[in-house]
Ligand binder design. Structure first.
Ligand code: GLN
Length: 475
C-alpha cells in the first residue's frame, strides 16, 4: 500500500523527509517485477527512473522543482519518448526507436515527472480488450482471467495494480475510459485539441486524444493541466487558455445541472451496471442535485459512424508503414510492390488489417458517398444532439461500459460484439467533448463498475469538479 492518497501528499512527504523518492521508485520497480504476469509493460526504464529519482529528490529538497516532481508515470507505447522504442504494440514497429519526444511527454519531463516505462496496448490502439497486441494480452489485475479493457489496457492495469502513480493513455473511441472502468481507476479523455497530438502515432487523427489514468481526481487534474495547451507542432491543438484545474476542484456549493439520457440505459446493459449507476444518481439527488432527463436521439448511430470514420482515417494514416522508410521489412520479396505487400501482410496483426480494409472500402470511389460522406453528416448530427443537451445541463451521466470486464477470449471471434464494448464512449470522440471514468461500485463478482461523466467542449473544469465531488462526498 502506498502511504499517500494523492500526488500532493506524496510531495509533502518527500519534502518532510518522510518518504524517500528513490525507495518509492524501487517499490514500483519491485511491484512491476512481482506482477510480470500482468504483462502491463512493454518496456521498463529501471536504471533511468532511479537516477531521475535521485535528481528530483534533490530538487524537491532545494525547493526548486517542477509541478509534477516525483510523480511516477507510465506512458502508453504509442507516444514517442526520444531514444526509446515506440512500437505501438505492433510487429511492424518492433525495432523502431523514437527520434523526439511527443509534446505531452516533453511537458511531463519538464515538470520533473519520472517515466518508469512504456505500457502495452492493442496494436495501434485498435481494440477494446488489449488482446490485439504483438506483445501478448494484458491481464486485469482485479481478476486475472479477465481483460483489462483496451486499447490502453497496460496503462489501466499498471495504475490499478500500483505499478506506478499514474499513466498516460490515448482515447479515440473509449480507450482511456473503458479500460479505466474495467480496472477500477480514474481515466480522463480531454476535449479534442486540448492536448497536442505531436508525437502520438496517429490512429484516427480527428478522434485521437491523450489523457491520464489516475487513482484520484486530483492527480488526473494535475496531469491534464501540465499536458494541455497550444502547440506549434499540432495545428489542431487549441489556443484556448488552460484553466488551473487542480486549484479549482471543490464545487463550493455550485450546483451543477446534471442530466441522463435513456439511450444510455437500453438494450445490452448489464442489470448490475444499470442499477449501480441509477443508485449513484439517486445519491446525487439526495445531495440536492437535480438530475434531469435529456435526449441524445442519434446515439444508436455512434458505433457505426465511429467505425466508418475511424477506419477511413486509419487506412490513410497507416499507409506510411510500407517497409521502405522505417519499421519492419519483409525479406521474402522480389519486387518493390511485392515488398510493400509482404511487409504489411507480415507486419500488421489481423485487427489492424481488418480496419485498413474497411477503411479503404468506405473511401473507395463507388462507396464514398454511401459510407464516408454519410457518416460525416451523422457525426455532425450527433454533435448537435450534445449541443442541445448542454443547453440544459452541465454534465451528462452514463455508464462507461455496458458490462464489467469480460473474460479473456470471450469476444475475440466476434469483432462486432467487441465493437459494442464502446457503445457509450465513442460518442464523446465523435463530438470532441471530454469524458471521465469514475470507479463507483463493484458487481457481485467484485469487478469494478465505472460511471462516465461527459461535459461540453473545453469544460474539463466542471467535469473534474463533479468527479471530485463524487469522489469526496458520495463514494
Ligand atoms: N475500442 C475502440 C476501437 O477499437 C476504441 C479504441 C481507442 O479509443 N483507441 O476502435
Amino acid at each position: 500500500m502506498l502511504p499517500y492518497k494523492n500526488y500532493y501528499q506524496k510531495l509533502d512527504q518527500i519534502k518532510d523527509g518522510k518518504l524517500s523518492l528513490i525507495e518509492n521508485v524501487n517499490y514500483f520497480l519491485k511491484r512491476i517485477q512481482d506482477n510480470k504476469h500482468l504483462n502491463a509493460f512493454n518496456f521498463v526504464f529501471a536504471d533511468e527512473a532511479v537516477e531521475k529519482a535521485k535528481i528530483v529528490e534533490e530538487k524537491i529538497k532545494s525547493g526548486k522543482h517542477g509541478k509534477l516532481a516525483g510523480l511516477v508515470i507510465a506512458i502508453k507505447d504509442v507516444l514517442s519518448i526520444k531514444d526509446k522504442p515506440n512500437t505501438c504494440s505492433s510487429k511492424i514497429l518492433k525495432d523502431f526507436i523514437a527520434l523526439y519526444n511527443s509534446t505531452a511527454v516533453q511537458k511531463l519531463i519538464a515538470e520533473d515527472a519520472i517515466i518508469i516505462g512504456k505500457t502495452n496496448c492493442d496494436e495501434f490502439a485498435m481494440g477494446s480488450s488489449n488482446e490485439n497486441s504483438a506483445f501478448g494480452n494484458v491481464l486485469n489485475p482485479v481478476d486475472n482471467e479477465r481483460v483489462p479493457g483496451g486499447s490502453s489496457g497496460g496503462s489501466a492495469a499498471a495504475v490499478a495494480a500500483d505499478l506506478c502513480d499514474v499513466a498516460l493513455g490515448t482515447d479515440t473511441g473509449g480507450s482511456i475510459r473503458q479500460p479505466a472502468s474495467f480496472c477500477g481507476v480514474y481515466g480522463l479523455k480531454p476535449t479534442y485539441g486540448r492536448v497536442s497530438r505531436f508525437g502520438l502515432t496517429a490512429f484516427a487523427s480527428s478522434f485521437d486524444s491523450i489523457g491520464p489514468f489516475a487513482k484520484n481526481t486530483e492527480d488526473a487534474a494535475a496531469i491534464l493541466e501540465v499536458i494541455s495547451g497550444w502547440d506549434v507542432n499540432d495545428s489542431t491543438s487549441s489556443k484556448n487558455s488552460v484553466p488551473n484545474f487542480s486549484n479549482d476542484l471543490p464545487l463550493n456549493g455550485k450546483k451543477l445541472r446534471l442530466g441522463f439520457a435513456k439511450e444510455y440505459f437500453g438494450e445490452g446493459i448489464s442489470p448490475e451496471v444499470k442499477s449501480a449507476i441509477e443508485n449513484l444518481m439517486g445519491n446525487l439527488k439526495q445531495h440536492g442535485f437535480e438530475v434531469e432527463e435529456i435526449h441524445l436521439p442519434h446515439s444508436d448511430y455512434s458505433i457505426s459512424t465511429y467505425y466508418i470514420l475511424t477506419t477511413a482515417e486509419a487506412s490513410s494514416n497507416l499507409a506510411r508503414y510500407d517497409g521502405a522508410r522505417y519499421g519492419y521489412r519483409s525479406q521474402e520479396s522480389s519486387s518493390l510492390i511485392d515488398m510493400y505487400k509482404s511487409s504489411r501482410s507480415e507486419g500488421f496483426g489481423s485487427e489492424v488489417k481488418r480496419r485498413i480494409m474497411l477503411g479503404t472500402y468506405v473511401l473507395s470511389a463507388g462507396y464514398y458517398d454511401a459510407y464516408y460522406r454519410k457518416a460525416q453528416k451523422v457525426r455532425r448530427i450527433i454533435k448537435q444532439d450534445f449541443d442541445e443537451a448542454f443547453k440544459k445541463v452541465d454534465i451528462i451521466l452514463t455508464p462507461t461500459s455496458p458490462t464489467t470486464a469480460f473474460k479473456l477470449g470471450e469476444k475475440t471471434t466476434d469483432p462486432l460484439e467487441m465493437y459494442l464494448a464502446d457503445i457509450y464512449t465513442t460518442s464523446a470522440n465523435l463530438a470532441g467533448i471530454p469524458g471521465i471514468n469514475i470507479p463507483v461500485a463493484k458487481d457481485s463478482s467484485g469487478l469494478p463498475i465505472g460511471l462516465q461523466l461527459m461535459a461540453n467542449q473545453f469544460d474539463e473544469t466542471n467535469l473534474l469538479k463533479m468527479s471530485y465531488y463524487i469522489q469526496e462526498e458520495i463514494l
